[in-house]
Design a protein around this ligand. Structure first.
Ligand SMILES: [Zn+2]
Length: 403
C-alpha cells in the first residue's frame, strides 16, 4: 500500500525524469559518484508511492544534441569529450578529461549528454505546460564549465535547462544551489548574464573543493548582483545552514522577480557524507526543499525544476533526501516519521550488505534563528552571511541589516 495520500488540494502537476539509461554515467567502481545512487533513489521513490501519485508523470531522458550542448559549452570542448569517450586511453587534462576526478570511460560523451537531455526534458515539460514542476535527480552537474570538466561533472545540465527556458521566452531564472560544494560551473556560465541569478550556498573554499565562491564574487560588469555566494564555515550544522538559507535566498529571489526557479539539491552537506565538512541532516535538507517550494509558489507561480547533484552516502542519505525532494516537488511531502518501506530495506540488505535507516527522517532539531532576531558579529556563520548581504542586498534596494 502506498504511504502517501493519492490526491489533495496541493497536488502539483509534476514531471519526474526517471530512466535507467542514466546509469551509464559511470566513472568506474572506485569512484564516489556511483550510478547506484540513482537506482536506489528511484527504487525508494517507487516504494514510497511517489511515482503513482496522479499528479506525477514519469519522463525519459534523451541524449542532448551537439547544438543543445553548445548552448553552454564550446564546440571544441564537446569534440574533446567525444574524442576521449571514444578512446578512454586518451586524456585531455587541460580540459579536465581523463583526470582522477573525471576519468575517461567508454561512451562518456553519450552518457554525459544524456544527463543534459534529462534536464532539457524537465524544462520542456514546463515550457509545454504539461507540468508546473519537474525533477531530474540524476542531474545537477554544477562544476562543469563552458570549456572544462571538473569535480565529476562533464556537461552542465542545469545550465542547459536554464538556457532552454530563456530561449522559450522566460525572462528571468533564479538558480539556487545548496550542494556542499560551490556551484562554480553554473555561476561562471551565467557570470555576465543579467537574466540569471545564481545563488550558491556551500562550504567555504578555504576548506573545500573547488576553493571558490566568496561573498565578493557578485557577477560580471553587466550583471552585478546576479552571482551570490554564501561561504559557510566548515562544521556548519542544521541551525546555521537553514539560518543562512533564509537570510539570503528568499529575499533575493523575490527582489529579482524570477519567473522560474532551477535548484540543485546535492546532499553532500550531510554529516554522514565524507566529501564535505558540513553537518546537516536529512530533515534539514527536506526543510530547504519545502522552502524552495514555497518560494516557487510565491514568486514564480509554482514553476520549478529541481535537480540532484553531489551526495555520496548512497544508502542512508541520498535516496531519502531525493525521495523527500520528489515528494515535496509534487506537493505531497513525506512525513519525517514515515517508515522506510521494508522491501527497500530488504533490497539494501541483500545487495549492499548494509542496514538501511528505519525512518524517512532523523529526528533532527531543525529549529533555526531568524535573521530578524538579530545578528551576532562574533559568530563565524553570521559574519559570512552578513558579508554576502552587504555585497549584494544594496544592489536590489534591500537593507543588509534589516531585510
Ligand atoms: Zn558537492
Amino acid at each position: 500500500m502506498s504511504s502517501l495520500a493519492s490526491s489533495g488540494p496541493t497536488a502539483v502537476p509534476t514531471s519526474i525524469v526517471c530512466d535507467a539509461a542514466m546509469s551509464a554515467y559511470n566513472f568506474g567502481p572506485n569512484h564516489p559518484m556511483s550510478p547506484k545512487r540513482l537506482e536506489l533513489t528511484a527504487r525508494l521513490a517507487r516504494e514510497l508511492g511517489i511515482f503513482e501519485l496522479p499528479q506525477v508523470t514519469l519522463a525519459e531522458s534523451f541524449v542532448a544534441s551537439d547544438d543543445e550542448l553548445a548552448t553552454v559549452h564550446s564546440r571544441e570542448y564537446i569534440a574533446a569529450v567525444r574524442r576521449v569517450g571514444a578512446d578512454p586511453t586518451l586524456s585531455d587534462p587541460d580540459r579536465g578529461l581523463g583526470t582522477d576526478d573525471d576519468p575517461a570511460f567508454a561512451g562518456m560523451h553519450e552518457a554525459s549528454a544524456r544527463l543534459g537531455g534529462a534536464s532539457l526534458a524537465a524544462a520542456d515539460a514546463i515550457i509545454a505546460g504539461t507540468a508546473l514542476r519537474a525533477v531530474n535527480f540524476g542531474g545537477g552537474m554544477h562544476h562543469a564549465a563552458r570549456e572544462k570538466a571538473s569535480g565529476f561533472c562533464i556537461y552542465n545540465d542545469a545550465a542547459m535547462a536554464i538556457v532552454r527556458l530563456l530561449d522559450s521566452g522566460v525572462s528571468k531564472v533564479a538558480y539556487i544551489d545548496i550542494d556542499a560544494h560551490h556551484g562554480d560551473g553554473t555561476q561562471d556560465i551565467f557570470w555576465n548574464d543579467p537574466r540569471v541569478l545564481t545563488i550558491s550556498m556551500h562550504e567555504s573554499g578555504l576548506t573545500l573543493f573547488p576553493g571558490t565562491g566568496f561573498a565578493n564574487d557578485i557577477g560580471g560588469p553587466d550583471a552585478q548582483g546576479t552571482a551570490v555566494n554564501v561561504s559557510l564555515p566548515a562544521g556548519t550544522g542544521d541551525a546555521g545552514w537553514l539560518r543562512a538559507f533564509h537570510a539570503v535566498v528568499p529575499q533575493l529571489v523575490e527582489a529579482f522577480e524570477a519567473d522560474v526557479i532551477v535548484s540543485q539539491h546535492g546532499c553532500d552537506s550531510h554529516r554522514d557524507d565524507d566529501l564535505s565538512h558540513l553537518n546537516t541532516s536529512v530533515d534539514a535538507q527536506r526543510e530547504a526543499a519545502l522552502s524552495v517550494a514555497a518560494l516557487a509558489d510565491r514568486v514564480c507561480s509554482g514553476r520549478w525544476i529541481a535537480t540532484g547533484g553531489g551526495g555520496y552516502n548512497i544508502v542512508s542519505v541520498v535516496p531519502r533526501v531525493w525521495g523527500h525532494l520528489m515528494a515535496v516537488v509534487a506537493g505531497r511531502p513525506v512525513p519525517l516519521r514515515t517508515a522506510v518501506p521494508e522491501p527497500w530495506r530488504e533490497y539494501v540488505r541483500e545487495h549492499y550488505g548494509k542496514v538501511a535507516p528505519l525512518l524517512m527522517g532523523e529526528d533532527a532539531d531543525t529549529w533555526w534563528r531568524s535573521w530578524e532576531v538579530g545578528y551576532n558579529p562574533s559568530d563565524a556563520l553570521d559574519r559570512t552571511v552578513m558579508a554576502t548581504r552587504k555585497a549584494v542586498f544594496p544592489l536590489y534596494g534591500l537593507d543588509p541589516w534589516f531585510d
